[in-house]
Design a binder for this molecule. Sequence first.
Ligand code: SAH
Length: 222
Amino acid sequence: MTIEARKIRLLMQLRRAGITDTAVLSAMESIPRELFTPPAFQDQAYELMALPIGRGQTLSAPDVVAMMTQALECKGRETVLEIGTGSGYQAAILSRVCRRVYTIERHRPLLEEAEERFKQLRLHNITTYCGDGSKGWPEPRSFPRIIVTCAAVFPPEPLLEQLAEDGIMVLPVGGQGRTQDLVKLRKTASGVEQESLAAVRFVPLVAGEANGEGSGEGRESG
Ligand code: SAH
């Protein structure tokens, strides 16, 4: 099967799985997922499965990426903060459905590979930072949308603080080595509303020092 045929099959599977947001579907169509997987896994790039990306980390399955992106309800003008850049695939999808993406990764080498891919695809609206994303963006800022792609037992407090009022945060909540709950939080004037979307399995959010030399700097991709 050609890559094109696999991609069409994936898009049909996503529709069947309830992905109806056309901006999300067209982002999934236009971003080449095979560019974000190690060469040995390129044949599986359009399968409904998570793939290893090195350093014990994984690129989420495409249906999970699509579901999380759709849950953010982006209309094209939002600024999104992502915690856990990994391969950069989720950030690349987001860059097509919102105005600007800020993304934080604690593994410097993974972040550098992701930055290369953003350059190659000419995605100029992604700003990267190497550090501990559980502390939020390093400058005081408020984000209308936040997505976390690693699991924490509780939503990190600094992220709740950086979420704008009426903002939406999507994140896996739960401990390591067990199924987690994919949760959608909405910050309202009277508190935080919570909705459960699915059972998922993500690598853990690791708080503390970033891993890699010269960490703690931001970089603009455009
Ligand atoms: N969104 C990614 C999925 C990456 S897996 C993709 O599309 O490929 C989760 C990532 O979260 C891993 O790369 C891991 O290193 C990173 N991570 C874990 N804890 C973190 C933290 N405290 N701050 C930033 N990144 C973190």
